[in-house]
Unconditional design. Structure first.
Length: 435
């Protein structure tokens, strides 16, 4: 995601150091926005909401200490890729060195000169290999090869950053740069059909990147996927193929048998001695607000409502859960669009729902069951026909093996967030419920 496109529309950032900024810069940007808009006054830290119950007129929430809170509206902006998935590998607990998931990283662990095993080769694993190969001895354990799309990551000069600071119009232009926006739309149109010429073009670019970057035919074969580009989340990297061929790096594809005190033993019997194990093994993409216990009308639990898999009408609302709205929740376009852009569009939609409540005598609003049913039928049909459903194992797939992400184009999502079909919603009157 280009740095200037990965900012809030109201807060462009002139201080990015390069086109694809590191995580530390992204974190600093969010912290600066938090500070500038004095959001600490509206934030309660170290507080986990463990339950939310609809009382008939508002939501009763309780935190981990039993402290109650009441709110007429709940927006579940709880994220999507935030519950780490730990691999079930025999003996992992027996390893004598540090074992760290990428999302629970201990920055106090020294890495320079050490032998590091990286398990997992999604976007995070690829970036870790590139970041560590110059300073450590890397063993990258790969189960399934990935298609890697080549990108450049140039530094911004001080002169460019000075221009960004003095020319806000330029920053706004870069946020909505026409070529980038057109490429996003082109890609999100392409994924609708795995046999489209655009998908074939993407695969050709990825294949050319592999062929020109990796000359060793044996290594190239190990790095060649056997599924269509785009089926899994496409990986963008300027230098992974160079990093995995670095003298300090080695690709391991034999499969992990177990972990032992000194390292990882693969199925061919080889013990790979390492000092640190880094888990780039992804997340439970279906958790969303869970493990929070959410109960709506008549005490129905969200877990029961999601017994066939998480969903929400237009990614926003669940029938029977008045005034409980999602941001980047089920069926959102996670993975292929900017999460910031998506959240801003969803907030615009939610704001209209809130306004609808305030203009009526009702206390709540939620999607109608038939609206969700129609939306899900259309979505599932499109998802099965998309490149996401073309025959690979990815975190896009739900418990039934069907892609749970938005299966249409970015322009269709924008239009969906602009359009409110009020007949698809029901207004809720006050009820007396003992909670």
């Amino acid at each position: 995601m280009p740095s200037h496109a990965y900012t809030y529309s109201f807060e462009p950032n002139p201080e990015w150091t390069r086109a694809l900024p590191p995580g530390s810069e992204i974190q600093s940007y969010f912290e600066s926005v938090f500070s500038k808009y004095k959001l600490a006054a509206f934030t309660r830290f170290d507080t986990e909401i463990i339950s939310a119950d609809w009382t008939g007129e508002n939501w009763l929430l309780k935190d981990q200490h039993g402290e109650p809170y009441r709110a007429p509206i709940v927006i579940a902006a709880t994220g999507v890729l935030h519950h780490p998935s730990y691999p079930k590998i025999a003996g992992l607990q027996d390893f004598e060195g540090p074992v760290m998931h990428s999302a629970r990283w201990d920055h106090g662990v020294p890495l320079d000169g050490r032998r590091i095993a990286i398990i997992g080769n999604g976007s995070t694993g690829v970036q870790m290999v590139s970041a560590l190969c110059d300073c450590a001895h890397v063993r990258h354990f790969q189960r399934t090869p990935q298609w890697i799309f080549p990108v450049e990551n140039p530094l911004f000069t001080e002169a460019q950053r000075a221009e960004f600071r003095s020319n806000r119009d330029l920053l706004v232009y870069l946020q909505n740069e026409p070529t980038y926006a057109a490429n996003v739309e082109r890609f999100t149109q392409a994924v609708l059909n795995p046999d489209s010429p655009e998908i074939q073009e993407i695969q050709n670019i990825c294949q050319d990147n592999l062929d020109h970057s990796v000359r060793d035919p044996a290594l190239r074969e190990k790095l060649t996927p056997q599924y269509r580009a785009g089926c899994k989340r496409l990986i963008y990297s300027p230098d992974y193929y160079q990093a995995i061929q670095h003298p300090n790096s080695r690709l391991v594809t034999q499969g992990i048998a177990r972990v032992e005190a000194e390292g990882i033993r693969t199925r061919d019997g080889v013990l790979h001695k390492v000092d640190v194990i880094a888990l780039a093994t992804g997340f439970h993409a279906d958790r969303f607000v869970r493990p929070m216990q959410v109960r709506g009308l008549n005490g129905q639990s969200l877990d029961d409502a999601w017994s066939n898999g998480p969903t929400a009408y237009k990614s926003i609302s669940m029938p029977g859960f008045p005034n409980f709205f999602f941001m980047n929740g089920p069926t959102s376009p996670v993975g292929n669009f900017s999460l910031i852009d998506t959240a801003e569009m969803q907030w615009g939609y939610i704001a209209q729902l809130i306004e609808r409540i305030s203009e009526s005598a009702a206390v709540g609003i939620s999607a109608r069951p038939e609206a969700l049913h129609r939306y899900d039928n259309e979505r599932l049909q499109a998802a099965r026909a998309s490149v996401f459903g073309s025959g690979c194992n990815s975190w896009y797939l739900d418990q039934n093996g069907v892609p749970n992400t938005w299966p249409w184009s970015q322009s269709r999502f924008r239009e969906a967030m602009r359009t409110r079909e009020w007949d698809d919603y029901v207004m809720h009157e006050h009820q007396t419920i003992n909670c």
